[in-house]
Every structure is written in C-alpha cells, then in structure tokens.
Design a binder for this molecule. Sequence first.
Ligand code: MLC
Ligand code: AMP
Length: 537
Amino acid sequence: MKASLVSWINARQNLPENKFGTNQKYSAMISTNANLYALFAANFPQDLNSCCIETEDARYFSWLDIERASAKIANLLSSLQLQVGARVAVQVEKSAEALILYLATVRAGYVYLPLNTAYRDAEVEYFLRDAEPEVVVCAPQQFGWVSQLAFKTGTRHVFTLDAPAAGNNSGSLLQRALSHPDQFETVQSAPDDLAAILYTSGTTGRSKGAMLTHDNLASNAKVLKETWAWNKHDVLLHTLPLFHVHGLFVASHGALLNGTKMIFLAKFNAAQVLSYLPRTTVFMGVPTYYVRLLQESNFTQETCKNMRVFISGSAPLLLDTFLKFTRCTGHTILERYGMSETAMLTSNPYVGKRVGGTVGQALAGVDVRVVTSESLACATDEIGDIQVKGANVFKGYWRMPEKTAEEFTNDGYFHTGDVGKFDRDGYLSIVGRSKDLIISGGYNVYPKEIESIIDDMPEVLESAVIGLPHAEFGEVVVAIIILKPKKTLSELTLIARLKEMIANFKVPKSVYFLDALPRNAMGKVQKNILRAIYKKG
Ligand code: MLC
Ligand code: AMP
C-alpha cells in the first residue's frame, strides 16, 4: 500500500493524546525562540483540532496536523545531517503539504528556497548552481531532469512531492517522513538567521537571491496582523501561488499568525473563487484576479456578503478596476505595496480612507522616503526614488556583497527601484520604475534576461523587450527584433523556441521586426519610443 502523510494524518485520531493537546504549555516553551515557526505555533488556536487548511478536494488539516506533519518532515531533514544554513530548494505544485514542507524547513533551521513551477531547465539550473541547495524537492513528473541537474550541481538529496490527486498526495518526501517521529523541538534561531531565499530577476539579466531572516518575516507578519485587523473568525481564501512573497508570506503568514483557517485553492480560477467567497472573510490577489472576478456576471454584493476585506498588491491596481469593484461589490479594495527584498512596505488603512491609485501609508516600523536624484527629501507631491528601511528589509543578496552594497544608501536605506510621490496625507503613489522591469499578471519579467536569450539566436542582430499595457495582465511582454542581414525568423518560431527555454509568462505575446532600434545620442535604446509605437497596435 502506498504510504502517505495524508493517510497518516487521517489515521491520527487513533494515536494517543499528543503532549501538545492544548496550546498553552507550548506557547510558554517557545516564546524566547526567534524561529518563525515558534512564533506561529505560539499563536495557533487553543483548539488544535480545529481546521487550519481546507483544500478544494475536501481534505482538512487541523493545527495539530500541521504541528505533527511539519515535525515529521523536520525530523527527516534533520536526519540528513545537513550543514547549518543549508538551502532546501522546492519546485512543486501548490498543496497543503507544500506549505507544511515550508514550515518544516524553517522549523528545522534550514533555508527555504521556493521556485516558480513555470521555470524551465536552464532557469532551474541557474538557481541550483547559485544557491547550492543540499536538498531539492520537485514534482515526481520532473524527477528525471531535476535530479540530474541537482546532482550535477552538488545537491545531495532529491525528493518528490506530488500535487494532490484524488486525495492521495504522495511522493518520496512524505513517504520518507512517515517513519519519523511526529514531535520535533523547533530549532533555536537568532533573529538574524536566514529563513528563506527568494530569487528576483535582475536588471543585468542575472537573478539575485534575496536573503530573508526570521526577523524580517516575523516583524512584517506582526505588523500586517495589526494593520489589517486579522481576527479569530477570519477565513482566508488562498488562491495565490506559494512560491512568491504574496502567497507564501503575506497570505499564509497572516493566517498562521492569527490561527485563522485557510481555504486552499491550487490556482486562481474566477468561477471557483465565486463559489467559495460566501464562506470566507479575507481575499488577497494580484490586480489580474480582480479584473477577472469583475468579468464574472454573477459576481455581486451577495457573493461578498461575508467578506471583511479584499487586498491587492504585487502590481499596480488600475483606478478603473478599483472603482468598478466598489460599484459591483460595495467593498473598497485595500491596496498595499511590497517586494521580495522587503516584504510589505505600505498599506492603505483598514479603518480610514482607502485611496485608489495609491498604495497607502508606510507600515508601522517601516521608514519609507522619496528622494530626488541628489538624495534630498522630495516635497509633498514631488516625484522621486522610493527608498526604505526597517526590520523587514532583507539581509542582502546571496553571495553578491557588491550588488548588495550598491542597492543600499550610506545611511542604510534600500533602493526599491520604484519611483513615486507622497501626498500631504502621507499616501504613496507609485508612478513608475527606475528599473527596467515588466510586471505581467503579478509576475516580474526583466527585459534584459529575455533580450540576452534572443540576442544569442543565430538569426538575431539585436533586440529590445518592452512591456505594453494589457487589460487583464496589466502589462504584457513584447519583443522587437532586428535580424542579421539575409536571415529570416518568424514570430511563431521565435515564440516556440522561447517556450522551450523560459517560463511561459516571460515569453513575448507579440514579436515585431524592425530594421534598426531607435537610439539616443548616447546609443541607448529608446524604449519609450518603441512603447509609443506599438501601444497603438
Ligand atoms: C499565465 N500566463 C501569463 C501569466 N500567467 N502570461 C503573462 N503573464 C502572466 N502572469 C499565460 C501562460 O504563459 C499561458 O500562455 C496562458 O497564460 C495560460 O497559463 P495558465 O498558467 O493556465 O494561466 P492562469 O492560470 O490563467 O494564470 C494567470 C494568473 C497567474 C494571473 C492566475 O499568472 C497568477 O497567479 N499570477 C500571480 C502571480 C503572483 O503571485 N505574484 C506575486 C509576486 S510577489 P500559453 O501561451 O503558454 O498558453 C510580489 C511582491 C508583492 O510581487 O508585493 O506581492
Ligand atoms: P517582486 O520583485 O516580485 O517582489 O516585485 C516587487 C515589485 O512589484 C515592486 O518593486 C513594485 O514595482 C511592484 N509592486 C508591488 N506592489 C505594487 C503595487 N501595489 N502597485 C504597484 N507596484 C507594485
């Protein structure tokens, strides 16, 4: 019979009472430990048998299940004799078990490194070579190529974790974890110890691993708990992916820190969301989710009657979407702003005026300033570079001390690469970016990365990749190509080739061919001119 952690969880009712039957003793025991898991566990509800995660295939994970299953996986990881600070790289479909793996990794004192499931071989290879994880967890279907890559880059252990199918979630990770004890003393962590590394692409085309500490994540989770007034009766509808800040930290941490039940949907699907909304109180999404929800004819005030708050972030929420949403549902979307390096920075108020087109005010304990090119503080409504400081700001880029130093000012502020202005009430508006970045459906695409790949093709002389406005994705990726003399290349061939090489959301939606790129006197490609030309269609 195939063993699985799920069958173990389902059988757990027959086990003798766990020493953590109620949460009081446990809370006292762990309060001095800066390990993020200890913080969550101290805030688990009194009734550990209540539901923490309900999945779309009607599986229920109690808080005790989370505690015991993460203990089993943490014991497995500890048994591997990994080095202090070992990275655990994970590229798996979203599931409750994937979240438990995250918690187990942090709990055991290792560093979680989530990877977007859309990444292709070359992208994964880069991350594995750069981060040198000691453990890699992937989907069973990907085991062949991922394990080859992983062993080639020095990884010692490769496990699989399956997406839930017909209630039987398996893979070698859970099978191996099954035989380990269901109790684990959460590793003692210092506030500055690493909990996660999140890769963000870079303007140079080379991805950088943002190192986040236990304290970065804990401080941010605590401030968001207060800011958004999480309460014990909340139910979070969780539809975001688990490999980025928004779904993994902002959404999951909010629920975990508050002892709030989560309903976990594997992917965002507007019709499915509508059927769950009446049972939930909190929803978070990228603007594309809100655009898609508004396209549903049966999305009404009635659907949202139990909702407490809708939160948007990761990309600009158009004022039009903000206003339509209020008209349709009676709810005012709460927009906030953050990034992988800093977690959340600003938020519109929970109580008080939520101003469309702004990302709200600086969160408590987060210092946000807007400065001129001479590093002087901007006046009210004056546009400048957004810089930030606070306990939430990351420790630096993995093995890139020079790059890290470049991104901080002498007085310790981090350059966000976003451009904005404060109004007289302290509400921040983001008006642009100094970094050459496209945000498509909440995913970041760095043009330089795509241009380098296209430029390496034998037919191509040079290319420029730009973002163009798109009603649903906010922006989409478009490529402009200059071919070498006498060479031919069709749009279809180029797109098909790129789909083999890079994550699908990075692949240009359209390709245009030109004789030459417009350049300024310094020889720099004038992307503003290209955007103006192709915006018109
Ligand atoms: C999918 N596609 C996209 C896309 N997502 N194209 C452009 N941009 C995107 N974001 C394309 C695929 O390439 C594919 O094309 C087709 O759409 C169908 O793919 P899919 O996977 O079935 O799409 P769908 O499930 O509809 O996904 C769309 C989405 C998803 C919006 C639901 O992209 C999503 O969940 N985005 C959220 C990203 C997120 O979590 N961001 C937070 C980052 S954290 P083809 O041609 O192959 O068929 C952060 C910090 C902060 O930024 O502040 O929060
Ligand atoms: P990431 O590197 O994926 O964490 O993306 C972070 C970037 O997303 C920020 O630097 C911003 O450019 C953008 N972003 C996040 N939230 C918002 C928002 N509410 N409005 C506009 N841009 C946002």
